[in-house]
Ligand binder design. Structure first.
Ligand code: P6P
Length: 350
C-alpha cells in the first residue's frame, strides 16, 4: 500500500518532543486533547440549524454579552476534554467568570489552559467562519499551595503554546510551540489533523488592512491618521492603494493575515474610554500575538508589544494592532509621534 506522506498532528508533536526536545510529553498530550476537543466543536458547529444549537442562550457571559448556545457547548467540550488528563492544574475561559480548577478526583498537572471557546460566535448564525483560540502557560511554582487566578496573570511572553482552530470551509488548526507556526487541516475521512503548512510566514509589507470602519469617528488620532493615509491610496503619502477586509471574527481575520499578510486593528476608541480596547488580552491578543510574531509579524497595543503587557485581571481588554511587521511598526511610529506632539514621523511610502 502506498504510504501517504501525510504528517499527522500527533507525529508533528512527537517529533517536536523527541527530535527537537522542544516540548515535554505532558504538553504534547495537552495539545492533542485540545485538538480533539476542537474536532468535537467543529462537528457541533458544522451541524448548524440541523443540530438545534444555533441562536442565543438565555444567559450572559462575564463580559455581559449574550451567549450563543454554541458558546456554552464549546466551553463544556473543552472543560470535559481537558479536566481528566492530568496535564492541567486549571483552566480559564471567556465564558467563565472565575478559573476552573481541575477537580481533586483527577490528577493536577503543571499547565494552565486559557481559551475563547468560540470566538466570533455572533457569526455562527450567518454561517461565517468562527473559531477556538487557546493559550498555554506553566503553573508557577507555589510550594504546594492551590492554584489561583493570580497564577494566570502572566505576560504573553511566558506562553509555552498557543493556537486556534478555525471552523470554516476547512477546519484548520494553527499552532506554535515556539518553533514557528504550523497549520493542520482536518481530514474528515481519517478524523485527524494533517500538516498542510509547516512554517507560516507573514509578508513584512501589505496593502490590506482590517478594521471596523464604523468606529472611525471614535478612534484616537494616530489610528485615524493611519487609516486616512491608507484611504488616500497611491496619490497619498503611502504611495499605494490599499484593500480592506473586516470579517468581525478575529480568528478568520488573523488566519487571512497569517496566510497572505495584512494588518488587523481593534484599537482603543472613545465609546468606552475606560476600556483599553474590545479584545481580551489573555485568551485573544496574547495567543494571536505570539502566533503572528512566530510567523515573523508584529503585535502591539500601539505603544507596547502585546506580549510584554503585564496582566492585572483575567478578563482585561487591550488595544490590538497586529500583522505585517513593517505596517505594524508604521502604526506604532504614528502613535509615538502623536505622544510627542512636536515630532512628526515621515510617513513612509510603501
Ligand atoms: P465588532 C467577535 O465578537 C470579536 O470578539 C472578534 O472576534 C472580532 O474581531 C471583533 O469582536 C468584532 O467586533 O465590534 O466589529 O463586532
Amino acid at each position: 500500500m502506498a504510504t501517504n506522506n501525510k504528517i499527522s498532528l500527533t507525529r508533528y508533536l512527537v517529533e517536536h518532543q523527541r527530535v527537537h526536545n522542544l516540548i515535554p510529553s505532558d504538553l504534547r498530550l495537552l495539545l492533542e486533547v485540545v485538538a480533539r476537543a476542537c474536532k468535537g466543536i467543529s462537528q457541533a458547529v458544522n451541524k448548524g440549524a440541523l443540530g438545534g444549537v444555533l441562536g442565543a442562550a438565555k444567559t450572559e457571559n462575564v463580559q455581559g454579552e449574550i451567549q450563543k448556545q454554541l458558546d456554552i457547548i464549546a466551553n463544556e467540550v473543552l472543560i470535559e476534554a481537558n479536566e481528566w488528563g492530568g496535564h492541567l492544574a486549571a483552566m480559564a475561559s471567556e465564558e467563565m467568570e472565575g478559573i476552573y480548577v481541575v477537580p481533586h478526583r483527577y490528577p493536577q498537572g503543571e499547565y494552565l489552559l486559557l481559551f475563547d471557546p468560540l470566538d466570533g460566535s455572533s457569526n455562527v448564525d450567518v454561517n461565517v467562519s468562527i473559531g477556538t483560540i487557546f493559550s498555554v502557560l506553566r503553573k508557577p511554582e507555589n510550594n504546594g499551595a492551590g492554584v489561583s487566578e493570580a497564577d494566570f496573570l502572566q505576560p504573553g511572553n511566558k506562553q509555552v503554546a498557543a493556537g486556534y482552530c478555525i471552523y470554516g470551509p476547512q477546519t484548520t488548526l494553527v499552532l506554535t510551540v515556539g518553533d514557528g507556526v504550523a497549520m493542520f487541516t482536518l481530514d474528515r475521512e481519517q478524523g485527524s489533523f494533517v500538516l498542510t503548512q509547516e512554517r507560516l510566514t507573514v509578508p513584512a509589507d501589505t496593502k490590506e488592512f482590517a478594521i471596523n470602519m464604523s468606529n472611525m469617528r471614535h478612534w484616537d488620532a494616530p489610528v485615524k491618521r493611519y487609516i486616512d493615509e491608507c484611504l488616500q491610496g497611491v496619490e497619498g503619502p503611502r504611495g499605494k492603494d490599499f484593500n480592506m477586509r473586516w470579517i468581525a471574527s478575529m480568528v478568520a481575520d488573523v488566519h487571512r493575515i497569517l496566510t497572505r499578510g495584512g494588518i488587523f486593528l481593534y484599537p482603543w476608541d472613545k465609546r468606552e474610554p475606560g476600556k483599553p480596547g474590545k479584545l481580551r488580552l489573555m485568551y485573544e491578543a496574547n495567543p494571536m500575538g505570539w502566533l503572528v510574531e512566530q510567523a515573523g509579524g508584529a503585535a502591539s497595543t500601539g505603544t507596547q508589544r502585546i506580549l510584554d503587557v503585564l496582566p492585572t485581571q483575567l478578563h482585561q481588554r487591550v488595544s490590538v494592532i497586529l500583522g505585517s511587521r513593517n505596517e505594524v511598526e508604521h502604526v506604532v511610529a504614528l502613535h509615538a509621534a502623536a505622544a510627542t506632539t512636536d515630532a512628526e514621523p515621515a510617513t513612509r511610502a510603501g
